[in-house]
Design a protein around this ligand. Structure first.
Ligand code: BES
Ligand code: MN
Ligand code: ZN
Length: 498
């Protein structure tokens, strides 16, 4: 599937399907006006007859409209001007893309004229169009013996005016890069735990480094992790026959002397809970417990594809959390890379254990900012549901940048407090810190735990437990957080250039 920006007059385009927008109250765009005029009021009559209301997200397929060269025209409702929501814009565009793929046509032209949202932002509309069309085309079939039918839709042409073309083309390239990062993150997330192991994640990282000249990789094995003194990461991996890995990737997009930004991902390739074993129901979904890793790796891929003029370090703390005779037990005390000791009261609070050692490790890069991404707490789902990523930070300026990036990229986060007053919940009688803080404010105390290892840099934590995958019939990884992370880094790159 590829995308291309084209300039043309809508009624004259020869295509299998032309997608145009109409708002409520017969609010036409320039393209739907052109189609309406060329067809001597066909669309107006359709609306007058009450057959199309223009409600945001509504779709209707029309064939062989007189005077229009496209063999089909797909109408997309744009809603009332001033009340167009980005959420419904996404639903509508995804629905249109799904219709196009089901049609079985080879190519289509999308001509929404930057009217599908209320903001007058060609870059944002075009990029979202590319991202959301791509996401609708994603199919998982890697572990099915019967492969999904190949998607016939090969080209999507996006109509733009001549003045819009330069911006739209830039948006298209960024959109494709972000969409690729999202797909890769979804694919890694969807792979079962017996395939996507810590070793598999390491191999994926090596492949990225082979693919991009700008990326280098270093994989730390269990002996190196042990020798360094990462007692917390080791403690999580101990119960598994598959050893842990610390994956270190470096992206160099600008002068090597420039300090990097850093992303750190939780890569628990399966979370049984360990000796604090989880109940059986839906435990299969704990294969998604490496989605933090998947999103930082996905974001790295996008950044490399966009060739952003920044430096970036990406760490993945990868382990499998299993119960066994050799597994860590509740009450065990371990020494972290930072020197702080931790009483592991619950082996199911393993994400913070692998992350804390990675956070200490990242110090050596003197990062300008550090963002960790993790499916860290069930409590985050209780607090924010499946809409927002939980955001906690030790620096408000960084938190604001991430909130804004999420809003713009439509991959939103919501901040929770990281007040000192929560810290005593982590007090332990037998170590410097306990790894759990009791029932109240589980997402916050998890972040409090991490904050003890993030004292020397600007740090934010993204808890994606509620957004990283869908359950039920549409079970599967979402790639959430890749767009937010890319936007944050795009903003940094832009700030630098300004
Ligand atoms: N990976 C889980 C968090 C999780 C659970 C994410 C369900 C998405 C859905 C994490 O490792 C975990 O088990 N957290 C515990 C922490 C508790 C023991 C303090 C939790 O949330 O129950
Ligand atoms: Mn757990
Ligand atoms: Zn976990």
């Amino acid at each position: 599937m590829d995308f291309e920006i084209v300039n043309a007059s809508p009624a004259e385009i020869e295509t299998d399907c032309l997608v145009i927008g109409i708002g409520t109250d017969a609010e036409f765009t320039s393209s739907s006006t052109a189609v309406n005029d060329a067809s001597k009021g066909y669309l107006q009559r359709l609306i007058d007859a009450g057959d199309f209301s223009g409600k945001q997200g509504e779709t209707q397929m029309l064939r062989e409209i007189p005077g229009v060269k496209a063999s089909r025209v797909l109408l997309l409702g744009l809603g009332k001007r001033g009340e167009r929501s980005i959420g419904k814009q996404q639903t509508g565009i995804s629905a249109a893309a799904t219709i196009l793929t089901k049609l079985g046509v080879k190519s289509a032209v999308i001509a929404l004229d930057c009217e599908s949202s209320d903001d007058d932002d060609i870059y944002r509309d075009t990029r979202h169009l590319v991202e959301w069309c791509s996401a609708s085309l994603y199919r998982y079939d890697t572990t099915k013996s019967k492969k999904a039918d190949p998607i016939k839709l090969e080209h999507i042409y996006i109509l733009a005016t001549e003045e819009q073309t330069e911006i739209a083309e830039g948006a298209l390239l960024d959109g494709v890069a972000i969409a690729n990062g999202v797909s890769s993150a979804r694919e890694l997330g969807n792979l079962p735990g017996n395939i996507c192991t810590p070793l598999y994640l390491a191999e994926h990282a090596v492949n990225l480094a082979n693919e991009f000249e700008s990326i280098s990789v270093d994989i730390l094995n269990e002996d190196q992790i042990e020798a360094l003194g990462m007692g917390a990461l080791m403690a999580v991996g101990k119960g598994s026959d598959i050893p842990p890995r610390l994956i270190v990737l470096k992206y160099t997009g600008t002068d090597e002397s420039e300090k990097p930004h850093a992303l750190v991902g939780k890569g628990i390739t399966f979370d049984t809970g360990g000796i604090s074993l989880k109940p059986g129901g839906e435990m299969d979904e704990m294969k998604f417990d490496m989605c933090g890793a998947a999103s930082v790796l996905g974001a790295l891929e996008s950044v490399a594809e966009m060739a952003l003029p920044i430096n970036l370090v990406v760490l993945v703390a990868a382990a499998e959390n299993m119960p066994s005779g050799g597994a860590t037990k509740p009450g065990d005390v371990v020494t972290t890379l930072s020197g702080q000791t931790v009483e592991i009261l619950n082996t199911d609070a393993e994400g913070r254990l692998v992350l804390c050692d990675a956070l200490t490790y990242v110090e050596r890069f003197e990062p300008q900012s550090v963002i960790d991404v993790a499916t860290l707490t069930g409590a985050c789902i209780i607090a924010l549901g499946h809409q927002a990523t939980g955001l906690l930070a030790n620096n408000q300026e960084l938190a604001n940048k991430l909130l804004d990036a999420g809003q713009y990229a439509w991959d939103r986060a919501w901040q929770l407090p990281l007040w000192d007053e929560y810290q005593p919940q982590l007090d332990s009688n037998f170590a410097d810190i306990a790894n759990i803080g009791g029932r109240p404010a589980g997402t916050i105390t998890a972040a409090c735990f991490l904050s003890r290892f993030a004292k020397t840099f600007n740090w934010a934590h993204l808890d994606i437990a509620g957004v990283a995958w869908n359950s039920g019939k549409a079970k599967g990884a979402t790639g959430r957080c890749v767009p937010l992370l890319c936007q944050y880094l795009l903003d940094i790159a832009e700030e630098k250039e300004a």
